[in-house]
Design a protein around this ligand. Sequence first.
Ligand code: GDP
Ligand code: CA
Length: 334
Amino acid sequence: MKNITVLSGGMGGARFLQGLRHAVAHGTLPGVAADAEITVVANTADDLWMHGLKICPDLDTVMYTLGDGIDLERGWGRRDESWSVKDELAAYGVEPTWFGLGDRDIATHLVRTQMLDAGYPLSAVTGALCNRWRPGVRLLPMTDDRVETHVAIADPSAPSGRRVVHFQEYWVRLRAAVPAEAVVVVGLEESTPAPGVLDAITGADLVFLPPSNPVVSVGTILGVPGVRDALRATEAPVVGLSPIVGGTHVRGMAHQMLTSIGVEVTAGAVGLHYGSRAGAGAGGVLDGWLVDEQDADQVDAVRAAGLACAAVPLMMTDLDATAAMAAAAVELVR
Ligand code: GDP
Ligand code: CA
């Protein structure tokens, strides 16, 4: 196998990619060539404009993580960051103040925004940024079009009783502490896959859905018209790894998003939500689903839906543990 494609969000996807890249380079993935190319289709529905800058949190998390520029403790943004610009903006009383914009990080957003203003599509801009970071994967945005996830939350002071906020405001400012009553992905249905995205899926030898948020990361990528059909049509096996372990998210706040779309917060339910390509339900995208050892009791129910399933350790504690997860996923669908 020479071509591997991964549909990724930010932190969970980036960590998985580190382990996957490590496993490929060391030849520890069964049947995968050590020089296999990894293509990453990243979620861009978290993107936002702020202070005149275009910010792409998931693309940047993948790029900085694989390019060894990430702040390891925070899991996002640049290492050795300083915050002078943010402090100066706050001194002017300029809103919003809740989004972490570091000085080093701002340089990335300046380059990106300038190139977009000059007419380059986001996919070309991402390629240019990666010329510096050399992430060792081909990094593609899911689309060059503007797509933004918005979340409806209760607001008794609003006439409708509801208010809609950008996903980043929900996630970062509100810390997902209030229920998400609905998730609306503005522009998704009218969007077009970025150049190379569909070919990366149909031409792959292996496709991964990493432990990323099933609603606001992988879910939005699957919603780009053509992506789900490409996954269903590809000859490559499609295998996913659960981001839910022991009935909860591992890092982050993914439970809120699952509840908002009516999916139970269990590893098995997420696998069944993605669905089997072979199963009776419409639109399934998976051939195999890995759950954590803690969730071994759910394996039978997943298998009953026509999916290969196994329970293995799914905590991405270090490179070797993550590489072993990738190997187990390949083994499951080989
Ligand atoms: P985001 O865009 O930064 O939110 O990142 P992703 O969507 O790629 O990933 C977030 C998901 O990764 C969350 O749902 C977490 O539960 C999951 N996650 C994070 N670390 C781990 C881990 O070590 N193991 C597993 N199985 N899932 C993880
Ligand atoms: Ca994200």
